[in-house]
Design a protein around this ligand. Structure first.
Ligand SMILES: C[S@@+](CC[C@H](N)C(=O)[O-])C[C@H]1O[C@@H](n2cnc3c(N)ncnc32)[C@H](O)[C@@H]1O
Length: 245
């Protein structure tokens, strides 16, 4: 069942924001100037595009299929060009971008090879691509799997693992440079905010697990958080870096 991002767009920004460490990593890795053309592919409500543009003054663009998500992005920063597009059609000319990134998007793409071909078309030779995702190991180690066990099963079916991403990108003229893991082992205190996030189904996978498991898991989580001092270690995210040949 595909996730309905027009519906989710209403609450998305209540429960999700950009991860500053990811943006710091982009800035550290690349020489971004005010003439660097950057594409946020699957930009959602524009949280990453907005912050990256503010910090670098680069020419940032966003492509997003959902009208609801796009409207939120445009309202947030009308100076960024946010346009309709998807893995089959990115409405820009060939060799346009110096850097393309996507955060939490690849697990929504029905044809990853097609996506790499289309991103390859709009990326300059020598340009960079960064895919921000989680490996299957990181998915298994998410702390909330103990409350919602099916989330790991659902997400390992949705998320291509790193080897598969790298091999499909390679077939479409992207050379794999490195994987950078961030946030791994960081200690996070689970508070009522996270409970509220789960109540709002802040991750799309909460729409994909059985209702009974969601309800039981939420109840247990509420009890544990109320009893206080629930701490967990973040399983981290992986930045998979490529260079266009
Ligand atoms: C979890 S959200 C991430 C949004 C944003 N990148 C962020 O990190 O806040 C996933 C996004 O992928 C978009 N998406 C879904 N299918 C897509 C496709 N075929 N091509 C491009 N984006 C897609 C969704 O509409 C949604 O905005």
């Amino acid at each position: 069942m595909p996730v309905n991002y027009n519906e989710i767009s209403e609450k998305y920004d209540n429960v999700r924001s950009e991860n500053k460490s990811v943006i710091d990593s982009f800035i550290k890795e690349l020489k971004i100037t005010n003439s660097t053309r950057i594409l946020d592919f699957g930009c959602g409500t524009g949280n990453y595009a907005n912050t990256l543009q503010r910090l670098t003054q680069a020419q940032v663009y966003g492509v997003e299929p959902s009208g609801g998500m796009r409207a939120k992005a445009i309202a947030k920063n009308p100076s960024i060009t946010f346009v309709k597009g998807n893995h089959e059609s990115i409405p820009f000319e060939d060799n346009y971008f110096d850097f393309v990134y996507m955060t939490d998007v690849i697990h929504h793409i029905p044809d990853v090879r097609r996506m790499f071909a289309e991103i390859g078309r709009v990326t300059k030779s020598g340009g960079s691509l960064c895919i921000v995702t989680q490996s299957h190991n990181q998915i298994d180690n998410r702390f909330y799997v103990k409350y919602f066990p099916s989330t790991a099963i659902v997400d390992k079916e949705r998320y291509p693992d790193l080897d598969s991403i790298i091999s499909k990108a390679h077939d479409q003229s992207f050379e794999h440079i490195k994987n950078v893991i961030i946030g791994n082992g960081a200690e996070i205190a689970v508070t009522s905010d996270f409970v509220e996030f789960v109540r709002n189904k802040g991750f799309s996978m909460f729409h994909l697990i059985p209702d009974a498991e969601y309800t039981t898991g939420l109840k247990q989580l509420e009890t544990d958080v109320l009893s206080g001092n629930l701490k967990y270690k973040h399983s981290g995210e992986t930045l998979v870096w490529f260079k266009k040949k």
